[in-house]
Design a protein around this ligand. Structure first.
Ligand code: GSH
Length: 95
């Protein structure tokens, strides 16, 4: 999303396999213990959809997150679908 909007990010990897997301330092930044998280100065936001919307709103007039109500509702529909249905389904643990 950042790349498509032309926003340069300073990326920092979190070594999930080593449990870096569960360290007190990381949990102080993102209490959910998940990636991604975005820090913009002293403002921090986690949840990928919230991050994408935050980034999009720094570039008014972009077509990725349109301002027009119905077009935005379509984008929101897929963001909510991904968070509520798709992600839990693909992350479901096999028994
Ligand atoms: N709803 C969250 C889901 C984030 C998520 O599940 N991230 C996974 C990687 S894709 C993660 O951090 N897993 C590490 C763990 O659960 O310990 C979002 O969209 O940001």
């Amino acid at each position: 999303m950042a790349a498509l909007l032309g926003i340069e990010l300073k990326l920092q990897s979190v070594e999930l396999a080593k449990g870096a997301q569960r360290t007190p330092e990381y949990l102080a930044i993102n209490p959910t213990g998940k990636v991604p998280v975005l820090a913009d100065g002293d403002f921090v936001v986690h949840e990928s959809s919230a991050i994408m919307i935050y980034l999009a709103e720094t570039k008014p007039g972009n077509t990725l997150y349109p301002a027009e109500r119905r077009a935005r509702a379509e984008v929101n529909r897929w963001l909510f679908w991904a968070a509520n249905l798709w992600a839990p389904a693909v992350q479901a643990k096999k028994e």
